[in-house]
Design a protein. Structure first.
Lengths: 115, 115
């Protein structure tokens, strides 16, 4: 069975702090893709990143960085120098290779960044 | 601007009533999806469609129905058989239905409540 666990339900930080959102996944497939989405208060999900199971390189995009480690089945997301606009619910998701459309979502982590 | 439009933003249903949620996209995407989001939960897939005139059940299809008569439209009907319809409903689309690893783009959602 496939599963995505985001153990942190809510995190609160003060602006300019760094924060890491954890994501642990379970799958028996060798080919799979991992995603992070951001859900601001307006409700729509915004795509942040996609990573395939064969690419363990970490990625940095501005203040965002992602650490993918197959050995621990983790795909963690770090925001450096957080800003109030980063306040949102963040979802990690998994899709198996060959599965058409069936993303498995974690329950999300609500991040609050206070000024 | 290209995107996904969901309407209405808020919807109220009386007991025993069917209601239809609208989802329109002008991204020229082949695949479309409907998700349900409950408080503190991740998204769960209701139905998806990889191509016009074809759709598949997701994890929680009971009490819901869809149609895909046009590429740009994928309406969701919440029937009276759905006993607990109060939730936030999100529609999404992706470029190619058979390319399972493509990011999904989301609408702003419809919040459905029972009167």
């Amino acid at each position: 069975a496939q599963k995505v666990t985001q153990a942190q339900t809510e995190i609160s930080v003060v602006e300019k702090e760094d924060v890491t959102l954890d994501c642990v996944y379970e799958t028996r497939d060798t080919t799979y893709y991992l995603f992070w989405y951001k859900q601001p208060p307006s409700g729509e999900l915004v795509f942040l990143i996609r990573r395939n199971s064969f690419d363990e390189q970490n990625e940095i995009s501005g203040r965002y960085s992602w650490n993918f480690q197959k050995s621990t089945s983790s795909f963690n997301f770090t925001i450096t120098a957080s800003q109030v606009v980063d306040s949102a619910v963040y979802f990690c998701a998994l899709i198996r290779g060959g599965s058409q459309g069936n993303l498995i979502f974690g329950k999300g982590t609500k991040l609050s960044v206070k000024p | 601007d290209g995107g996904i439009t969901q309407s209405p933003k808020y919807l109220f249903r009386k007991e025993g009533q069917n209601v239809t949620l609208s989802c329109e996209q002008n991204l020229n995407h082949d695949a479309m999806y409907w998700y349900r989001q409950d408080p503190g939960q991740g998204l769960r897939l209701i139905y998806y469609s990889q191509i016009v005139n074809d759709f598949q059940k997701g994890d929680i299809a009971e009490g819901y129905s869809v149609s895909r008569e046009k590429k740009e439209s994928f309406p969701l009907t919440v029937t009276s058989a759905q006993k607990n319809p109060t939730a936030f409903y999100l529609c999404a689309s992706s470029i190619e239905g058979r390319a399972y690893n493509q990011p999904q783009h989301f609408g702003d959602g419809t919040r459905l409540s029972i009167l």
